[in-house]
Each structure stands twice: as C-alpha cells, then as structure tokens.
Design a protein around this ligand. Structure first.
Ligand code: GLC
Length: 443
C-alpha cells in the first residue's frame, strides 16, 4: 500500500469538497454542512490546515440554536445545492430558538465535537492559538451537552434519547425498525415530497426504502407541527431511543470537556456529573451480559432493542465498559457475527453477519463505514487491545486503497470490484484516513 499516495488523495478530496465556508460531505449527494461529518472533517484537516479545521467548526456552530441544540444540517447558501428535506421543509423558524439568518434542520446528531476539539489541540503545533480556540468553543459545546441533558433526558437518567433515525447518524440501521414499524403510514397524512438521494442508478437498491422515507418525513412533520418544542414532542413522539453509539460518543466528549475545562480554568463540576451518570446508566441499562455488547433502549415501548449492530461497540471509545466487559466485547467482535471468517471478511460490518436480513451493500444494514471503524479503533486502543485495533485500522486502509474513498463498503472480501458503495470522494472517509495514518507520528 502506498500510504503517501493515500494521504495525497485524501487531502485532495478534502480540498475539493471545501467550498470556502465549509466542507461538503460529498460533492453532489450531500451539498450542505452536516454535523458529525464536520467534526470528523475538522479532525482530518487539522493535520494540514488548522485554520480550515477551526473555520469548519465555527461555521457549524453558527447554526447552533439558542437552547444549545446543534443541528444535523447547516444549509449553505448555494441555490443550486438542492437537497431534500431543505429549509422550506424543516421550517426551523417555527422554533423560537432557531438562529436568525442561518438555515438549519431541526434535529441534532451524535455529539463528536468535544473529543474532536481535544484531538485538534493534540495535533496543533501552535498551542497558543489552539488554546484560544478551545476557549472560544468550550461554552458552545458545553451548551450542546447541557441541551441534551436538560431536554433529551427527561427522567434524568444520564441517557440521552434521539427522536429521529437521522439524529443517530445511522439512518436506516435495523435498530430503528421496530419503532418505525409502529408508525402506520397507511393511516397517516404524509406531506408530499420528492427525494433527491436516488440520482445514481444503484442508489435505489442501496439506500433507505420509500416506506422508511415516509416515516422519516412523518417525524419531521410532527416536530414542526409542535414548533420543535421538546416537551410537546416528548409527549407523543412515537420514536424515542437511547442509542449506545450516541451515548458512547457523548461520554467521550464529556470526558474531553472535563480535560478542556481543566486546561482553560473552567469549573468542570457539571461535565463531571454528566460523565459519571452516563457511564453508570449505560452499564445499568444498556449492557447485555449474554451478548457482550451494548443495546439500544426504546423509551416508548419501554424495552431493550435486541438487535446486534456495531453501534453496540461504540461505548468503547468513551471508556464506558470496564476491562472485563471490554474483553467480552472483543470476543463478540471476533465471533462469526462480526468477524465472520477472517479470511473472507472486512471489519467491521455494521450489522451481524448472522442476521437473516443483513444486507452487505445497503447503507447501515451491513456495510463497513470508516467513521465507525475509526471510533472502534480508538476504543480498542483505550483497552490496550492493540492487535484488534491494528486489524480494524488496516482493514479500513485496505478498503480505501483498493476501492477509493467511498461512503461505505461491502464487508465481503469477495466483493472485489463492487466493494465501494454509495457516493465516492466522501469527506469523512478521507479525513479519518488522514488520522489513521498521521496520528501516530505525533507521539
Ligand atoms: C448520511 C449518513 C449520515 C451522514 C450524512 C452526510 O445521511 O447516514 O451519518 O452524516 O449522510 O454524510
């Protein structure tokens, strides 16, 4: 593998997708700024342009709502960049908290920004500038976490719920199936809409179904009808899920806020309290002793969602499990469900290979995604599981090298020419490739 060439290609993709204000996740499919994409992208850019990395996050946080909510999409001002659902559909201005003069969606995404800021600080050569940036951003990220704990954790459990699959970042994960199935679209008025995500001929097969989309749209309509008021939405939203990926990422970012706060002389009592409670509750409520993995919990149905996805490994990155739990997770990762036959399988499939409805090329229902591999890699390193961490990293790099910087990948090694799926020149695949290859050189 020519790692120098990979680094060059990754940088070119990030440069090409930069539009002067933010980096598009992909040039045509995703023409605006997405929340967690911006975090991963800033991390990758930090290696060659710290200024751009900082501007990326500044642009994202311009869309932050006054109640702290950080939207999943901050829309750019290019009239050609048509996307559904666009600002007209979201109608974010119905909320008194939406920012003036910036068009955004009305839901959030996994809060990666705390740990991204801490990583950027580690990468920065000029620590004075980097420290000033931490000072600038800390209150904004703190406000985001405070929003999550005050408005998305109504019982004060320390577990934050999401209310739309797009908030989870794993749009059509099988985790959401049962909750979505309870939304009976035949009985509902779904507002008219036109999808914009089916341009490429293979797309219809690989992307969420029409029925999924109807339900996504139904939920957005429900939010806007309630003027994005958290309490009104909580009262009757059919989709309220505590997700291990979201809460695992939140833990890592809580920890980062504690470190950043200490460094810049802030009172860190609040993030410390969040951090302890979230870890405790994840272990109490979401840990599955039998499977050796974390589950999601459906707050509406009041039950665990017993679906084996790689989201259940993500709490490793926030050091949520203890060593013994982490070792059980490692065994699950090596098992036939995720490791498959090692000579035939790329790590890490997003859905158990043993599930009857696993689909190797369909979005979040089986394929390997580079961001989840990267979170898993960082998580494994925290438990000194270096051999497995290295395998996850090498598989990620080999996929990128063999197929290009695709959005996601078929986990079967036999998929050869067909292995890269979704859009190509995908920004976070490029950004995290840079972190995989350049992080160690800092040590
Ligand atoms: C898709 C992904 C989501 C990502 C977005 C932009 O919707 O599921 O995680 O943020 O694309 O790349």
């Amino acid at each position: 593998m020519d790692t120098e060439a990979l680094i060059r290609q990754a940088r070119t993709i990030l440069d090409t997708n930069w539009n002067g204000q933010f980096t598009k996740p992909a040039p045509s499919l995703y023409p605006h700024q997405w929340n967690w994409d911006a975090g991963f992208i800033a991390l990758g850019n930090a290696y060659h342009s710290m200024t751009r990395a900082m501007d990326e996050l500044r642009h994202l946080f311009r869309g932050q709502w006054q109640n702290g909510m950080l939207p999943q999409i901050v829309f750019g001002d290019d009239p050609q960049a048509r996307y559904f659902p666009g600002p007209d559909f979201w109608q974010a201005h119905r909320s008194p908290h939406a920012p003036a003069g910036v068009a955004t969606s009305g839901i959030s995404m996994p809060p990666v920004h705390g740990f991204v800021l801490w990583e950027m600080y580690q990468i920065a050569e000029d620590k004075t500038v980097a420290r000033a940036f931490l000072k600038e951003m800390y209150p904004k990220v703190l406000a985001l976490h405070r929003y999550l704990y005050q408005h998305r954790d109504p019982e004060g459990e320390g577990l934050v719920y999401i209310r739309h699959p797009w908030e989870g970042g794993t749009d059509n994960s099988p985790i959401w199936d049962a909750a979505l199935a309870r939304i009976d679209i035949a009985q509902l008025d779904i507002p008219p809409y036109e999808r914009k995500d089916l341009q490429n001929p293979k797309a219809a097969e690989h992307r969420p179904t029409q029925q999924d989309y109807d339900r996504y749209v139904y939920l957005v309509d429900l939010f806007r009808q309630r003027d994005y008021d958290d309490e009104r939405i909580y009262a009757d939203c059919p989709f309220l899920i505590q997700d291990p990926l979201f809460n695992g990422v939140l833990s890592w970012s809580n920890e980062a806020l504690i470190k950043i706060g200490s460094l810049i002389g802030e009172d860190i009592a609040e993030p410390m309290q969040w951090h302890e409670l979230t870890i405790w509750s994840m272990n109490e409520k979401l840990w599955d002793e039998e499977w050796g993995i974390y589950n999601a919990y459906d707050l509406r149905a009041q039950e665990i969602i017993p679906v084996e996805t790689s989201s259940g490994f993500m709490p490793l990155c926030g050091e949520v499990p203890d060593q013994e739990q982490a070792e059980a997770m490692l065994r699950t990762l090596e098992s036939a469900a995720f490791g498959g036959r090692p000579e035939e399988t790329w790590l890490c499939p997003t859905y158990s290979l043993l599930a009857e409805d696993v689909n190797f090329q369909k979005y979040w229902r089986g394929p390997v995604w580079i961001n989840l591999n990267w979170l898993l890699y960082r998580g494994l390193l925290r438990y000194d599981m270096e051999e497995m961490a290295e395998r996850v990293k090498q598989h990620s790099l080999q996929l990128l090298d063999a197929h290009g910087f695709f959005e996601y990948f078929d986990p079967r090694r036999t998929a050869a020419g067909e292995g890269g799926c979704g859009t190509d020149t995908f920004s976070w695949s490029a950004a995290l490739c840079l972190d995989f290859l350049l992080r160690e050189s800092l040590a």
